[in-house]
Design a protein around this ligand. Structure first.
Ligand code: C2E
Ligand code: CA
Ligand code: CA
Length: 761
């Protein structure tokens, strides 16, 4: 037993000395404290040895006394070690003084024991052939004095550890718990060992062991555990999901984000299997660093993430595991999609803008060339006027409503776009297209305007896509061409594109190309339609142009006027007609038949291109005719839409002696309002009022009242489109002044007119 003890003690002491020198290089706060603790522990063991093997009884007593004293000092040094990173008693100076005093007293007490044997005694025992001193404490109540000092230190130490373990955050708690447990175990073993009567006291070896255990814990285990915890917390704290596998493809770590990501995906166990299987299927050390993009659908919500595979190799390039790092980029993807959507969508109405509509349609057409599609283009009639009347805000509202209604299906394969201003396009698979449904929608859009002044009209052109190689913009043009065909027709809202429309389009281009030549060659002729009084007396005529085309024959103005208007050519034609009218008036005048007037049309667009006042006053001067004999018909829209500037021109013309009439009065929307703002000589009731419509009665009421009001304002009333005797009678009764219409005559050539209306006068 003694040899065993000696052997153990030697090993422990040597280890402690090794430890002390090893610690010399350790860069840590606790170094000196730990060295002191180990030193004291070794010293106490050494004294035990000396006490055992010294020759003299007195010295043995003294050395054993030192051994006991150093045992309790050892506890103090341990307390010091724990204090050096623990700092529980920093402010308890009294405690420190008390500890010093106590150890002083203990020291004195144990030294005195060598003389008086009050705490323990020694006796010699035989160890093989040699003798050794054995220390015994039984029957010495005085030993309890030393023991209580030891336990006071022990209590101080344990309470320091326990206080700290309780106070500290969870992460560090284990560190103090480990130390507390180590002390408690040592203490328990010590108590057990002390109570078995052994020839040697193992407590010194035990405490030395404890010292080394503590050094080991502080030096290695605790920092590692701490580091692990810190790493774990850091990895849990970062926004990426981290999944670590060892080289056997076993998952060793999954951080919180990865767990959440997979939990979101409905299956946490999936981590191990998904990634494990991925690794199993490959040779992990041969897979290079790589990132793959994935998306998952969880409960209808799409989650996007990047997963990066990162193999781990040591200094010598040996693979020892890997890390999958997952970045949830759903928010980024959503933000990007939103951004793209914003760029693709029309900011006002939320439907596709022009470019994205074209590219979207192109895309879907390319996707499946067997699928049949229909393209619909809608156009709101006189949207500009609506804007002018009600303001842009209300106009915008119409557009928003129109977009919403056209997009009501909200299907992924129906595309709605806004090309410009009030022009929408819809691309719909043929199988879903239903013309009556379209009509319903258009009516719904129209019903959004609840004004008595303005009735919204919307038209739609339907173009079945045949040629998939055609530019989408051209397809839209086709659909729009179809719209144009019915643009002025209030009764028809939808129409199909047919080749004729396309032909119309080509025709348009042709007409524009031929215009200048036709003008030079005198292909345009002025026809005259008589205007008569209620009693049938001829008053004058309206000049209505005709194009006598060398190959196509007579072309009515309805076919070319709008074309030339759009082409910016109308003013040239008008100037030409005005000149012909003046020249004819001048001729009549010189023939002594100057009592008839000719009424000419002024296009709203003429105001842009010509100084109408200057041109027309020059004309009458040139032909030396009375301005009164050249009446000017200006359409209502020229007055309503363009307002101020045009009104000035009209005023000036009237001041120069011309009579100005508002043409097509009542076809616009604020006719009555117009009269308030403008001084004119006559209004020409739109022929729509005389059309046989279901609103006949209403039309009459309006005409009656318009005539009454005009009379009150001193404005003459001209009726056009008079086709029947009844109409004449009715209009005469109502108080209309001038009549024009097929009932009397169609527009006829000048010679025909002259023959019929001038010869007899
Ligand atoms: P507008 O100025 O309203 O001319 C009256 C139109 O009504 C003429 O059509 C005439 O033929 C037609 N009309 C006359 N009586 C009747 C009738 O009893 N029943 C029906 N259903 N129609 C009748 P036209 O000549 O085809 O001219 C159409 C439009 O072309 C004109 O409408 C006018 O806006 C424009 N236009 C004609 N000549 C000129 C011109 O020299 N310059 C400009 N800027 N526009 C012109
Ligand atoms: Ca006219
Ligand atoms: Ca008219």
């Amino acid at each position: 037993m003694v040899y065993a003890f000696v052997f153990l003690a030697v090993i422990v002491t040597c280890s402690m000395i090794a430890c002390i020198s090893y610690l010399q290089h350790a860069k840590m706060r606790e170094r000196v404290a730990m060295q002191t603790m180990l030193g004291v522990s070794s010293a106490s063991l050494a004294f035990y040895f000396l006490g055992m093997f010294v020759e003299q009884y007195f010295l043995s007593m003294l050395f054993f006394g030192m051994y006991f004293w150093l045992s309790s000092i050892h506890i103090l040094t341990f307390l010091n070690v724990s204090e050096s990173y623990n700092v529980v008693y920093r402010r308890a100076r009294i405690l420190k003084i008390l500890a010093v005093l106590l150890s002083g007293a203990d020291f004195l007490f144990l030294v005195l024991n060598s003389f008086f044997e009050i705490a323990f005694s020694v006796n010699r025992i035989r160890v093989d052939d040699n003798f050794a001193y054995h220390c015994f404490v039984a029957k010495f109540p005085g030993f309890f004095i030393h023991l209580s000092v030891f336990y006071i230190y022990m209590i101080l130490l344990l309470s320091a550890l326990i206080i700290k373990a309780r106070k500290t955050i969870k992460l560090y708690r284990s560190k103090y718990t480990i130390l507390t447990i180590a002390v408690l175990i040592t203490l328990a073993v010590n108590v057990i060992v002390s109570n078995i009567s052994l020839p040697v006291d193992f407590s010194g070896v035990l405490y030395a062991g404890l010292s080394m255990l503590i050094v080991y814990l502080i030096l290695s285990v605790i920092p590692r555990a701490e580091a692990e915890s810190i790493v774990k917390y850091s990895l849990d704290g970062i926004s990426n999901g981290i999944i670590c596998f060892n080289k056997d493809n076993i998952c060793v770590y999954v951080n919180k984000v990865a767990r959440e990501l997979f939990h979101l995906m409905g299956n946490e166990i999936a981590i191990e299997t998904t990634f494990g299987a991925w690794l199993e299927a490959r040779n992990p050390q041969d897979i290079p660093y790589q990132t793959f993009q994935e998306e998952k659908n969880i409960g209808g919500v799409k989650i996007y993430y990047d997963t990066t595979y990162n193999p781990l190799v040591d200094e010598t390039n040996n693979y020892f595991g890997c890390v999958f790092s997952m970045r949830n980029k759903t928010e980024d993807v959503q933000a990007l999609a939103a951004e793209r959507e914003r760029a693709e969508l029309d900011s006002l109405t939320g439907v596709y803008n022009r470019e994205s509509f074209f590219s979207k349609v192109k895309e879907i057409l390319n996707e499946d060339t067997n699928k049949k599609w229909i393209l619909v283009c809608t156009d709101i009639k006189d949207f500009k006027t609506y804007n002018a009347l009600f303001g842009e805000k209300q106009g915008d509202e119409i557009l928003v409503n129109a977009a919403r209604i056209l997009n009501e299906d909200n299907r992924e394969d129906i595309f709605v776009g806004r090309l410009v201003s009030d022009r929408f396009v819809v691309c719909v698979p043929e199988e879903y297209f239903d013309e009556s449904m379209l009509l319903e929608r258009l009516k719904k859009i129209c019903s959004c305007v609840k004004s008595d002044m303005f009735k919204l009209h919307i038209h739609a052109g339907i173009y079945p896509i045949h040629d998939y190689s055609m530019e989408v913009s051209v397809m839209c043009d086709h659909a729009y061409l179809a719209v144009r065909k019915i643009k002025d027709d209030y009764g028809v809202m939808t129409t199909w594109y047919d080749a004729n429309v396309g032909a119309d389009h080509r025709n348009t281009k042709l007409m524009i190309g031929e215009f200048e030549k036709a003008l030079e060659e005198g292909q345009f002729q002025m026809f005259l339609q008589p205007q008569l009084s209620g009693s049938g007396e001829i008053l004058g005529a309206e000049a209505l142009v005709r194009w006598i085309h060398p190959s196509k024959g007579l072309i009515p103005p309805i076919e070319f006027i709008p074309v030339f208007e759009r082409a910016g050519l109308i003013h040239k034609l008008d100037q030409y007609v005005w000149r012909m009218a003046c020249s004819k008036l001048s001729a009549w005048q010189s023939e002594g038949k100057g009592h008839l007037y000719i009424s000419v049309n002024i296009s709203p667009l003429d105001f842009y291109y010509v100084d109408i006042h200057e041109y027309i006053t020059n004309l009458v001067q040139e032909y030396k005719i009375d301005p009164k004999s050249l009446k000017l018909e200006i359409t209502e829209t020229a007055i309503v839409n363009e307002a101020a500037d045009n009104l000035l021109v009209i005023d000036k013309l009237r001041q120069s002696g011309f009579e100005v009439e508002i043409d097509d009065f009542g076809s616009g929307y604020s006719s009555l309002n117009t009269l308030k703002d403008i001084e004119v000589d006559a209004i020409k009731l739109d022929r729509i009022f005389l059309k046989e419509t279901s609103h006949k009665e209403k039309s009459k009421v309006i005409m009656d009242n318009t005539i009454i009001m005009s009379k009150q304002l001193g404005i003459k009333v001209v009726s056009e489109g008079v086709e029947t005797k009844e109409q004449v009678d009715y209009l005469v009764d109502a108080g209309c002044d001038v009549f024009q219409g097929y009932y009397f005559d169609r527009p006829i050539s000048v010679p025909a007119f002259e023959e019929k209306y001038l010869m007899n006068h």
